[in-house]
Design a protein around this ligand. Structure first.
Ligand code: ATP
Length: 230
């Protein structure tokens, strides 16, 4: 269980507040207008954006001052963050050990993760020689080897075409279900919400609202969400 207690995040003139409890193993979509603070919220959860007030507590453990690497979260950014000069295998291995000194068991985990995302035959290639979809798969494999309890995605796969995007979302859904990880995903696409999310966190007017069941909310959106959805 991940608790956001009286969070206040200040960036210049912008303030975002959040108070909510997220359940392990659930899939949350974060939606709301551009500039509402969706990326800011994820950044604060991961420890990249400091809190002005409040606490983040995971299973009773206060994460508020913890370094990003010490938190139970992995973040997948829109651009995948792959290192162009390293092979796919090494890029994924970095998820386990930044110094890349993997022991045999860790090497086996990296290979397993690459097999799981369908890149078993692409391990020795550099990211630049892979397609966009394959690069996304490599980035997902890196998330997978870290095996953290929460996976955070900030508008993932935005650069991919619709069919490939859906395929990647389906893969994400399968992977988090298999590992029991919780998912928090920023998206602008209502279709993504219906496809993948159990619950929706709406961000607007300086607040991240407590999660609400996805299907219900999308079928009967309150005025602010309705205005956003158009
Ligand atoms: N480093 C910063 N310094 C000052 N203000 C910032 C900084 N980063 C973001 N902001 C402001 O914080 C607010 C929230 O930005 P954020 O990127 O979280 O929104 P978002 O909902 O993710 O938007 P989008 O959907 O366009 O990606 C914006 O008003 C933005 O201008």
């Amino acid at each position: 269980m991940l608790r956001l207690e009286g969070l206040e995040i200040v960036q210049g003139a912008f303030t975002l507040r959040a108070d909510m409890t997220l359940e392990q193993g659930r899939k949350y979509a974060v939606i709301g207008p551009s500039g509402a603070g969706k990326s800011t919220l994820l950044g604060a959860l991961c420890g990249f954006v400091p809190l002005a007030a409040g606490r983040i507590v995971w299973n009773g453990q206060d994460l508020t001052g913890a370094d990003p690497g010490a938190r139970p979260m992995t973040m997948l950014f829109q651009d995948n963050n792959l290192f162009p000069h390293l092979k796919v295998l090494q890029n994924v291995g970095l998820g386990l050990r930044p110094d890349m000194r993997l022991d045999p068991a860790q090497k086996a985990r990296v290979r397993e993760a690459l097999e799981r995302v369908g890149l078993a035959d692409q391990m020795a290639k550099k990211p630049g020689t892979l397609s966009g979809g394959q690069q996304s798969r490599a980035a997902l494999a890196r998330v997978l080897v870290q095996a953290r309890p929460w996976v955070l995605l900030d508008e993932p796969f935005a650069a991919l075409g619709p069919a490939l995007r859906n395929e990647m979302l389906e893969l994400v859904r399968e992977l988090v279900s298999e590992t029991g990880a919780g998912l928090i995903m920023v998206t602008h696409a209502p279709d993504d919400v219906r496809r993948i999310a159990d619950e929706v966190i709406f961000v607007g007017s300086g607040r991240a609202e407590a999660p609400q069941p996805a299907a219900e909310l999308m079928d009967n959106p309150p005025p602010e969400l309705k205005a956003y959805l158009g």
